[in-house]
Design a protein around this ligand. Structure first.
Ligand SMILES: [Zn+2]
Length: 146
């Protein structure tokens, strides 16, 4: 299926709405170097539209692991749960940081399924987050407990 084209203007709108960070793991674009990718939250292969409501920013790791999935297994229950929808759900209701921001915890079936499916605590990613923590780049200030 041909991919719908996303204009630079639309990409900028999506990036701004996602606060210029991965909508899943909250990795900011400014600290990873390459541009974050545009993710179809509901994949085009499943009928997802190329409109602002169905588009968000994702880092290459989250986006490649998510691929065309919309659901995954919650490792705590073994039940299928919908993956996190950044434009319909609130990140803080589904995720929290532990170990000073190095490890992402799923708080709900959706959060746990998303953390597992997107491999959001891959050892290399956790090691990188630990380096970012030492220089004060992580976790994002808005993710700190109030
Ligand atoms: Zn990510």
């Amino acid at each position: 299926m041909p991919r719908d084209r996303i204009s630079p203007t639309q990409r900028q709108r999506i990036a701004t709405a996602a606060h210029n960070r991965c909508a899943y793991c909250h990795t900011p674009e400014r600290i990873i170097g390459p541009f974050l990718e545009i993710d179809h939250i509901i994949p085009q292969s499943a009928g997802g539209a190329t409109n602002d409501h169905n588009l968000t920013l994702a880092c290459p790791l989250c986006n490649s692991h998510k691929s065309d999935r919309t659901h995954a297994i919650d490792p705590a229950t073994g039940e299928t749960a919908p993956l996190f929808h950044p434009n319909e759900q609130r990140w803080h209701e589904h995720f929290a940081w532990s170990e000073a921001g190095a490890v992402l915890i799923g708080k709900t079936p959706t959060g746990r399924a998303t953390v597992a499916a997107l491999d959001m605590n891959h050892p290399d990613v956790v090691a990188t987050r630990r380096l970012w923590i030492t220089v004060g780049w992580h976790p994002p200030a808005e993710d700190q407990p109030a």
